[in-house]
Design a protein around this ligand. Structure first.
Ligand code: XLS
Ligand code: NI
Ligand code: NI
Length: 437
C-alpha cells in the first residue's frame, strides 16, 4: 500500500513527551467517568478540510502541498484521495469522518453520470471503512459551491434549482445510508438572503420547510435511521442565513413541525459569528433535547469570518465537554474537526500537528470537565442559588398552579427579599483552580 505520509501511527506518550507526533493528553483507552476517552470524544475528521482545502484566502492562492493530488476531476484522482485520507485516519487514530458529496466525488455533465461516479467512489470509501474500522459520522450535500446555487438551493427563487438541490440531497442520503452513516447534516450556506429588497422571505422559509419534510419522508422510505441535523450559522456566504443560531433553528423546526426529526450540529465559529458563545448555543439546544453533534473549531471574536481554526482554547473545550457530560454523552454525534490549518501551515505533516493539538485540547477539556463535576462546588452553588424555588410557592409556580392573586398575597406577607451575591468571580476562580490542577 502506498505511504503518503512519512510518519508512523500517533500514540499517547504523556505530558512529558517532547515528540511532536505524539499525544500528550489524549489517551484513547483511559477511563473518564467510566467511559474511555475514545468513546466520550468520538473524534471525526472533515474530508473537505483535510483533502480538498488548498489553503487559499481572498488575497492569495492555495499553499497546501498535496503531492497525491493531480488537480484534475478524474475518478482516479478522487479514488487516490480516498486512500490518502484513510491512511491519515488510520495513522492519527480518528475513528470517524464527515464529507460533502462534492468533496469526495466530482460533478459530471449530467445527474446520471454524477451519480454513477459517486457510486464508484462510495464503493472505495466503504472498502476503506471496513478495512480500517472507520465510520461515517455524517454525510451532507454541497448545495453552495456550484453557480446554480448562487441564490440558494432549498430557498432558490427558481423551482428547477430547488429540484436539482433535492436530487442532490436524495443521492447524498442514499450514499450516507449505504456507508452506514450515523447522521446526515443540513447546512444551508446559501439558504438565506443578501438583501430583502428582492426576497420573498415567507415563500423561501416555506420552501425550506417543505424541503426538509420531503427529506424526512425519503429517510423513512429508504430506512435510513441515522440522525438528521441542522447546522446553524448566521451569515457567510449570505448576509443572513435562516438557520442563524440555535434559538432560530429550534423555532424554525417547531414552526414547521420538524422538531422530532432533527437535532443540531453546532459549530463553535458559527456561534462566534452569531455573537454568542458556544456554551450558550449548546445549553439552549441541550435543554430542548436537540443537542446532537459538534463541529469543533474556534474563531476570532469580532473578526466576522468563519476562520475555522483548530480548537486550542482549553477554557472553550472544557465548556463544551461539560455540556456533553451534562447531556449524558454523545449518542450519534461526535467532535468533527471542521477546522483548517492556517495558510502558513502548508505541509502534509501539519495535518497531523493540527489534529493532535485539537485532540489533546479536547482530551484536556474532558478531564477538566469531569474534575469540575467531581469537585461539585459550582453545581452546588447553582442549586443553592435557586433554593427558594424549592419551597411551596416555587413549586406551585413551576407546575403552573399559581396566580397573580396568590403572588400578590405572598408579596404582601413576605419581608422585603434580600438577594445573595452571584459570586461570579469566585466561581471563575474555581474553574481556573481545577483547570490548573
Ligand atoms: C461552513 C460549514 C460547513 C458545514 C457542512 O461554514 O461549517 O462546513 O459543516 O456543510
Ligand atoms: Ni461546519
Ligand atoms: Ni463553518
Amino acid at each position: 500500500m502506498a505511504n503518503y505520509f512519512p510518519v508512523s501511527a500517533v500514540r499517547f506518550e504523556g505530558a512529558k513527551s517532547r515528540n511532536p507526533l505524539s499525544f500528550k493528553v489524549y489517551n484513547p483507552e483511559e477511563l473518564v467517568e467510566g467511559k474511555t476517552m475514545r468513546e466520550h470524544l468520538r473524534f471525526a475528521a472533515a474530508y473537505w478540510h483535510c483533502m480538498r482545502n488548498p489553503l487559499a484566502d481572498p488575497f492569495g492562492a492555495g499553499t497546501a502541498i498535496m503531492p497525491w493530488d493531480d488537480g484534475t476531476d478524474s475518478t482516479g484522482n478522487a479514488l487516490r484521495r480516498v486512500d490518502v485520507f484513510f491512511e491519515f485516519l488510520e495513522k492519527i487514530g480518528i475513528d470517524f469522518y464527515c464529507f460533502h458529496d462534492r468533496d469526495v466525488s466530482p460533478e459530471r455533465a449530467t445527474i446520471r453520470e454524477t451519480e454513477a461516479t459517486f457510486d464508484e467512489i462510495a464503493a472505495r470509501l466503504k472498502e476503506r471503512q471496513t478495512a480500517g474500522g472507520k465510520k461515517l459520522l455524517w454525510g451532507t450535500a454541497c448545495l453552495f459551491s456550484h453557480p446554480r446555487y448562487a441564490q440558494g438551493a432549498a430557498t432558490s427563487p427558481d423551482v428547477n434549482v430547488y429540484a436539482f438541490g433535492a436530487a442532490q440531497v436524495k443521492k447524498a442520503m442514499d450514499v450516507t445510508h449505504a456507508l452506514g452513516g450515523e447522521g446526515y447534516v443540513f447546512w444551508g450556506g446559501r439558504e438565506g438572503y443578501n438583501t430583502l429588497i428582492n426576497t420573498d422571505l415567507k415563500r423561501e422559509r416555506d420552501h425550506l420547510g417543505a424541503f426538509l419534510h420531503m427529506a424526512v419522508d425519503y429517510k423513512k422510505k429508504i430506512g435510513f435511521t441515522g440522525q438528521f441535523y441542522i447546522e446553524p450559522k448566521p451569515q457567510e456566504p449570505t448576509t443572513h442565513q435562516y438557520d442563524s443560531d440555535s434559538a432560530a433553528c429550534l423555532n424554525f423546526l417547531r414552526e414547521f413541525g420538524l422538531l422530532n426529526h432533527f437535532k443540531l450540529n453546532l459549530e463553535t465559529n458559527h456561534a462566534t459569528l452569531a455573537g454568542k458563545t458556544m456554551v450558550h448555543e449548546m445549553r439552549v439546544s441541550r435543554h430542548a433535547g436537540a443537542l446532537g453533534s459538534i463541529d469543533a473549531n474556534q474563531g476570532t471574536f469580532g473578526c466576522g469570518w468563519d476562520t475555522d481554526e483548530f480548537p486550542s482554547d482549553l477554557y472553550l473545550t472544557t465548556g463544551i465537554m461539560l455540556e456533553i457530560l451534562e447531556m449524558g454523552g454523545f449518542t450519534t454525534g461526535g467532535l468533527n474537526f471542521d477546522a483548517k490549518r492556517r495558510r502558513e501551515s502548508f505541509e502534509p505533516v501539519d495535518l497531523f500537528h493540527s489534529h493532535i493539538m485539537g485532540m489533546d485540547a479536547f482530551a484536556r477539556g474532558l478531564k477538566v470537565a469531569a474534575a469540575l463535576r467531581a469537585d461539585g462546588r459550582i453545581a452546588e452553588f447553582v442549586r443553592e442559588r435557586y433554593a427558594s424555588w424549592d419551597g411551596n410557592l416555587g413549586r406551585k409556580i413551576e407546575s403552573g398552579k399559581s396566580s397573580f392573586d396568590e403572588l400578590h398575597a405572598a408579596a404582601l406577607a413576605a419581608p422585603d427579599p434580600t438577594l445573595r451575591s452571584g459570586r461570579q468571580e469566585l466561581l471563575e476562580g474555581i474553574v481556573n483552580q481545577v483547570l490548573c490542577q
